[in-house]
Design a protein around this ligand. Structure first.
Ligand SMILES: [Mn+2]
Length: 300
């Protein structure tokens, strides 16, 4: 089995499917898994319809991508724990030591970069399908090569993937330039509610469960909204707080300078990267705003 994390992104799904193609190329059976299924914007990925949301084990081998902990991959984490052997391929910083083999490099812009290197080291043949999946992983985790995580290695790997026929402009168009009507209206409401802290360091906004229900929005419709929140001139951190139907609050954090938002997210049981992180706070929306701004030493 190959599985990525809950609420999958392009890196998680791209790596899962690239490995599926590579393993099938070896003539071996493989089950690609994503407990939350494939969001609309990633359904064009070659092999996306093979992704299962559950499976029955036991498996000979579990490969976990873009996540270091079995609990980050949801209910199917049990299958990973019970597999005869385990491999973790990831670029998040974490304290976890899950996996007999761990290919973890926090300097990689995307897990796709690491998967590319592993396939190369193993001298496995590349195909356009594999290249499309891995370039999608890189394009999405770097926001089309705009984020601070991009290194010269990111471009070297991407250039190699382009030689197998993968197209960054096509991927960006499919993933970033195409949205549902509900997601654009949700963005409108989020921007309308945008606020900046008294000291001007932090911009934040909220999406209520009512907004969500009125627009008929789905989880994936919140994708990318926090990037707009961070765009306010002079701010270091952008925060999106979304009230979940059950009453908890999902918090997405983005920073643009030296503020380590993963450390803030970890305080609330979440995690992520230096400049992109998230967590869930069990409280009312207003209380979550107070708590998260307090953690960043700011007031509304
Ligand atoms: Mn990733």
């Amino acid at each position: 089995m190959v599985a990525g994390h809950v609420t999958p992104d392009g890196d998680s799904l791209g790596c899962t499917l690239a490995l599926m193609h590579a393993i099938r190329g070896l003539g071996k059976a493989v089950t690609p898994l994503a407990v939350d299924g494939v969001p609309q914007i990633y359904r064009w990925l070659p092999g996306a319809d093979a992704i299962e949301t559950s499976a029955s084990g036991p498996f000979d081998l579990a490969i976990i991508v873009d996540s270091s902990m079995p609990d980050r991959i949801g209910d199917i984490g049990k299958l990973a724990v019970s597999a005869s052997d385990t491999i973790v391929i990831d670029h998040h910083t974490s304290e976890s030591d899950f996996g007999r083999v761990r290919a973890v490099n926090p300097r990689a812009a995307a897990t796709g970069e690491i998967v590319y290197s592993l396939l190369r080291l193993m001298r496995l043949p590349f195909s356009k399908d594999i290249a499309d999946c891995l370039l999608c992983a890189i394009v999405t985790d770097t926001g089309s090569f705009r984020f601070m995580n991009v290194t010269s290695a990111t471009f070297r790997v991407s250039a190699a993937l382009m030689r197998y026929g993968a197209c960054p402009a096509c991927i960006s168009e499919l993933v970033f330039e195409t949205r549902s009507l509900a997601s654009l209206k949700l963005l409108g409401r989020a921007l309308d509610a945008l606020q900046v802290t008294r000291d001007g360091r932090i911009s934040w906004t909220v999406i209520t469960a009512k907004d969500f229900a009125e627009l008929g929005a789905t989880d994936e419709d919140t994708e990318g909204i926090v990037t707009h929140v961070r765009a306010v001139r002079g701010t270091d951190v952008g925060i999106l707080l979304r009230e979940l139907p059950g009453g908890d609050v999902r918090v997405s954090l983005r920073s643009r300078r030296d503020t380590d938002v993963s450390a803030i997210a970890e305080r609330f049981g979440g995690g992520g990267h230096l400049s992109a992180a998230g967590c869930t706070i069990k409280s009312s929306l207003q209380d979550a705003v107070t708590q998260i701004l307090g953690a960043l030493n700011a007031t509304a």
